[in-house]
Design a binder for this molecule. Sequence first.
Ligand code: MLT
Length: 396
Amino acid sequence: MICMNLNYMKVKESYLFADIRRRVEEWSKENPGKMILRLGIGDVTQPLTPSVIKALHEAVEEQAHAETFHGYMPECGDSQLRLAIAKWYQKRNIPVDESEVFVSSGASDEFGDILHLFDKSLPAMIPEPAYPAYADANVMDGREIIFPRMTEDFLPVPPEKEIQALIYLCSPDNPTGAVCTRECLEEWIAYAVKTKSVILFDAAYESFITEENIPRSVYEIKGAKECAIEISSLSKTAGFTGTRCGYTVIPTALERDGLSLNAMWVRNRTTRTNGVSYILQKGALAVFSEEGQKEVRELHEVYRANAHNFMKALEEAGLSYAGGKNSPYIWMKCPDPLGSWEVFDILLKQAEIVATPGAGFGASGEGWIRFSMFANEEDVKEAGRRIVLLRNEKYF
Ligand code: MLT
C-alpha cells in the first residue's frame, strides 16, 4: 500500500532559491573573502519603518503584563487589522468588506494553503515564466498544469479553448516585471466567468506600480468579485520578508458548486491555523496608518532608485531588458548564445554577482535572467559597474 504523496517525486529535488543558495555557498567556500553582490532572491534590505518598529515594541510590552496580555488571536485575523485593510481598499474606491479580508503569514504560504479549497482534478493555468512556487505547489498536489500563451511583452493570453481552471495572474509580474493592463485583466475575468474558473491574483508587488492607469488590484475590474481571490503580502511593500504578515481577499460573492469560498476559507482557517501572532499583526496595522503609508512610500523610493541605476547600467552595456519600471525586478535578455545558467555562472564567477536564472521560472524563462532591486543601494550600483566591465571584456 502506498502511504506517501508520490507527487513529491515529480518536483525538482530542491526549490529554485534553495538551489541557488547552495551553489553560491559552495562557490564562496572555494573563494573565501569575495564581496558577493546579492541580486538573486527578492529579499528586502531596508529595515522595517519607524511606525512598525514602535508598534512591535509596544505589542511586546503589552504581552508582558496580565492586563494587556493577548492569548489566541482570531484565526482569520485581528478585527482591527482586517478593518484597516478593508478601508485601505475602500480609499481607492474598491469595495472590500472586512469579512472578506483574511490575515495570513505571507503570500507564499497562502498560495500553497489555498489549494486545499479546490478539487485536485481542477487544472492550474500558470502563465510561464512564473514564480516557481505556483507550479511546485500544484505538482505536489498532483494537479495538471496548463501554460497559456504569453505575448512578447509577457502578458498572458486566455486560451481559445474553454477550460475550467485555477488561473494564476501576477501583476507586477514576478519574474518579468510586466504589468497587466486593464484590458488584459478584463479578458481574463471574462474568461474566468465564462468557464467558472477561479483567478488567484498575486498582488505582492502592487505598490511598485507607478503608472496611473495600471490596476493595482484585480477588484478594480468589474466582475472580479465573482471570480477572483487576491493574495498579497507586506513582505515587499513594507519590508516584512523576515517578519511575515500578509492578507488575502476572498469576496463573499465568490461561489462555485453552490459553495461560498469565503465561508470555506473561514472553516479552513479556524481549523488549520491559530492565526498570525498578536505582535506581528500590531506591526502590520501600523503599515496601514497614515504615517505608516508615508514611510513605506519612502522605502519604495530606495528600490525604485536602484532600478533606475541598474537599468542605466544595462543600457550602457548594450543589454536588453524588461521590467524595472513598475516593478522591483529587472528581466535581462541573455546575450546570444548563452543560456541563463551560463550567464548565472559568469556573473557569479567573474563578477561575484548573484542573479536568478530565467530557466528557474519555467522552460519559457530560458534565455533570460532576473535581477532583484531589493538589494542595497551600493551593491546595485557596484553590480551595474561590474556588468559594464564584463561586457567591455567580452565575457558575454
Ligand atoms: C522571489 O525572489 O521570487 C521572491 O522573493 C520569492 C518569494 O517571495 O518567496
